[in-house]
Design a protein around this ligand. Structure first.
Ligand SMILES: *Cc1c(COP(=O)(O)O)cnc(C)c1O
Length: 338
């Protein structure tokens, strides 16, 4: 079976680099949503715990419940709590949703400072504080998300300016409503590395920790190493004669006699089909023909093939981003920490 390896040293190296930017391990909120970006929720959570990470971010309540005895702080990005929890905090993404949160829940208010995806609008801030107070929720933090932190544009500065205003008004409102001191956060990986002298309460770091952050050179950060590699096993080999074709639709035709093999990794495992006829492994093995559900063919005779050890390279072939390559990897693939 195809399988995944996770390099512990690389993961810890990335966390070291991130901690230098946040100035403390305690300010790292490791994003574990979507099966830890395809790496494996449990495997990454265990390593994170070993490293000393105390804060994590997930998408759903179900993910948070799996982790609740492992981390002191868990932020759920998009789910409403059934009952309050000591460790789990829930995100308010919309002012209408406040009434549906269980009384006594710990919540964090997301404010839309320009991305226009989730969060209350800036003009709703006071109304949201009042609704949170009325619903008997414990507001602990106000946060936002950047839409262009990884691009060389002025939007980054505009959103920072907007969030600065939100912080000031939130501090006044928290006094008015008698809430305790609020925490603030806005940075994802790209934003963290762009920030000089980071001073917020935490950074929500995903792709940087997994070592697949792609930034323009001017914004770049040195030394992050990809954590995940993918290997596949040979199912069969054959000699291809000139003019013979491989796979569905006969999209690859050999121009000379060659040895090819088929490996047990296909789109049902998360190999993006758009890479068909258009991918070369790190050791120079060429992918030929269409990727099928459970199989893909390469010009190779190796028993085992390293398909990739850097998702950014696959992303280039697929004209997508490393996030999609990684999160496409199915949970059924075995994960081995090395
Ligand atoms: C996914 C996500 C992050 C992490 O972003 P990276 O670019 O992977 O660091 C941070 N904040 C929110 C709200 C997210 O949805």
């Amino acid at each position: 079976m195809a399988y995944i390896t996770l390099k512990r040293n690389n993961f810890f190296n990335n966390l070291d680099i991130i901690a230098k930017h946040t100035k403390s391990v305690d300010k790292i909120a490791l994003v574990l949503k979507d099966n830890a970006y395809g790496h494996g929720l449990y495997e990454i959570a265990l390593m994170a715990q070993e490293y000393g990470i105390s804060k994590v971010v997930v998408r759903t309540d179900a993910e948070a419940q799996l982790l609740k005895d492992m981390f002191a702080y868990i932020l759920v990005l998009a789910d409403t709590p059934k009952k309050p929890s000591e460790t789990i905090r829930y995100t308010i993404n919309d002012i209408q949703s406040i009434a549906s949160f269980a009384k006594g829940s710990r919540v964090e208010l997301k404010v839309d400072t320009g991305m226009h995806r989730n969060g209350i609008s800036m003009s709703e801030l006071q109304g949201a504080f009042a609704a949170i107070d009325k619903a008997g929720l414990h507001l602990e933090a106000v946060f936002t998300h950047h839409r262009s932190a990884d691009e060389l544009s002025s939007e980054w500065f505009w959103q920072n300016e907007n969030f600065k205003q939100i912080k000031e008004r939130s501090k006044e409102l928290s006094k008015k409503f008698g809430f305790s001191e609020l925490r603030f956060h806005s940075a994802n990986s790209a934003a963290l590395f762009r920030t000089h002298n980071f001073s917020e309460d935490m950074a929500r770091v995903g792709i940087g920790a997994y070592g697949c952050l792609e930034l323009p050179e001017a914004l770049g950060v040195q030394g992050l190493q990809p954590v995940l590699s993918l290997y596949a096993q040979k199912v069969s080999s054959r000699t291809l004669h000139e003019g013979e074709c491989v796979g569905y639709g006969a999209t690859f035709e050999s121009v000379k006699k060659m040895q090819v093999s088929n490996y047990d990794f296909g789109y049902a495992d998360g190999f993006l089909r758009v890479c068909s006829n258009n991918y070369v492994t790190p050791k120079g093995k060429e992918l030929i023909g269409r990727i099928s559900m459970d199989n893909s063919s390469f010009v190779s005779e190796d028993e085992e093939l390293l398909i990739f050890d850097n998702a950014c390279e696959v992303a280039k072939s697929a004209a997508t981003i490393s996030y999609e390559v990684l999160t496409a990897l199915k949970p059924h693939l075995q994960r081995v920490v090395v």
